[in-house]
Design a protein around this ligand. Structure first.
Ligand code: GLV
Length: 325
C-alpha cells in the first residue's frame, strides 16, 4: 500500500506508517503540496493520502489518483474534501474527531478572554512604551464571569466550551443546534434558542459549527446587527461562516464590541480591515495546536490508514468506502 503524507506531521505517527509491513510511505516536504501540479502528480501513485486542511481533495485529484482508497484527513473538519466525489468513487474519508475538543475549547476561551479584556491591545500598548502611569479607566473591557455565552453548534467542541464557561466562569449558556441537549440543560442549565434569540441575548457568541452550504455566511451584517453593542464574537470553527467584510465594518462602527478569530474566509489571507482594528484579536488557525493534541490527531489519522491496510474497520469514518476499489 502506497501512502502519501502531504506535509510533515508529528514524527511518531509517521514512524508507525513506515514500520507497517507491505507499505511504502512518502511524505512531501513542507510547502510542496501548495504546488497543485506536484500534489496531483504525487497523488497519482497513492493508495492512501494523509491530508491536511490546506489541501483540496476533489474530483480532479481523485481522477488522477486512480488507485486511491482513502483520504485520512488530519483535522476534524473535512470541508477541504469533496465528500460527494469521494462517495461516488468508493473512497474512504476519515477525520480526527474527539482528540482535539479540549485544546480547541481551551483556545476558544483564551480568545474570548483576550478579546473581552483587550489583552493583545494592552500588550501592544505596554511594549510600545506607553504604560507611564496606572489609570482607573486604562484598557477597561467587558466582564466575562456570570455573563451569557451563546454557542452556535453544540457538538463535542461546543460542549467542551460550554462546560468550561458554565462551570469555571459561571456563565449562562444558550445554544443553537438542531439537536436538543437535555444532558447539558440539566448539568449546566443550558437553554436551546433560535438563532435570533441567541444573538440578541448573548454577551459572547462562540461558533462551533462545521462549514457546509447551510452555514456559509451564516453570520452577516443582519446577524451582527442583532447582537449587543457590547458583544464579543469568537470563531474557532471555519472562517467562511462569518462574512468578514461585514464583521470588519461592525467592529469598526461599534455594532459589536470585539471579535476573537482563529479562522478566516480566505486563509492565510486576512481581510486588511481586520488587521487595522484593535478590537479584533487574530490568530493563525492554532486552536488544536498543542503538542499532545497535534500528535493525537496524527496518530488517529494513521490509525485509520493502518485499519484499512489490515482489513479492519477505520475508527473514524466520514465516508465509508468500498472494500476494494
Ligand atoms: C482544524 O481546523 C480541524 O478541523 O481539525
Amino acid at each position: 500500500m502506497k501512502v502519501l503524507v502531504t506535509r510533515p506531521i508529528p514524527e511518531p505517527a509517521v514512524e508507525r506508517l513506515r514500520a507497517e509491513p507491505a507499505t511504502e510511505t512518502r511524505m512531501l516536504e513542507e510547502g510542496a503540496a501548495l504546488d497543485r501540479a506536484a500534489l496531483l502528480d504525487a497523488a497519482s501513485e497513492a493508495d492512501v493520502i494523509v491530508a491536511l486542511l490546506t489541501e483540496r481533495m476533489d474530483a480532479e485529484l481523485f481522477d488522477r489518483a486512480s488507485s486511491l482508497r482513502m483520504v485520512a484527513n488530519m483535522a476534524v473538519g473535512f470541508d477541504n474534501v469533496d465528500i460527494a466525489a469521494a462517495e461516488a468513487r468508493g473512497i474512504w474519508v476519515t477525520n480526527t474527531p474527539g482528540v482535539l475538543d479540549g485544546a480547541t475549547a481551551d483556545l476558544a476561551l483564551a480568545l474570548l478572554l483576550a478579546a473581552a479584556r483587550r489583552l493583545p491591545e494592552a500588550e501592544r500598548f505596554l511594549r510600545a512604551g506607553r504604560y507611564r502611569r496606572w489609570g482607573p479607566m486604562l484598557l477597561t473591557g467587558q466582564e466575562v464571569h456570570g455573563r451569557t455565552l451563546g454557542i452556535l453548534g453544540m457538538g463535542r467542541i461546543g460542549e467542551a466550551v460550554a462546560r468550561r464557561a458554565g462551570l469555571g466562569f459561571g456563565m449562562e449558556i444558550l445554544y443553537w443546534d438542531e439537536r436538543e441537549r437535555p444532558d447539558l440543560e440539566r448539568e449546566l442549565g443550558a437553554r436551546r434558542t433560535d438563532l435570533d434569540g441567541l444573538l440578541g441575548a448573548a454577551d459572547f457568541v462562540s461558533i462551533h459549527l462545521p462549514l457546509t452550504e447551510g452555514t456559509t455566511g451564516l453570520i452577516g451584517a443582519d446577524e451582527l446587527a442583532r447582537m449587543k453593542p457590547t458583544a464579543v464574537l469568537v470563531n474557532t470553527a471555519r472562517g467562511p461562516i462569518v462574512d468578514e467584510e461585514a464583521l470588519a465594518a461592525a467592529l469598526r462602527s461599534g455594532v459589536i464590541w470585539a471579535a476573537g478569530l482563529d479562522v478566516f474566509e480566505r486563509e492565510p489571507e486576512i481581510h486588511p480591515d481586520l488587521l487595522d482594528l484593535d478590537n479584533a484579536v487574530l490568530l493563525p488557525h492554532i486552536a488544536s495546536a498543542s503538542i499532545p493534541t497535534r500528535l493525537a490527531m496524527a496518530q488517529l489519522a494513521v490509525d485509520n490508514v493502518l485499519a484499512l491496510h489490515r482489513g479492519e474497520d477505520p475508527p473514524t469514518p466520514v465516508v465509508r468506502g468500498a472494500s476494494r476499489r
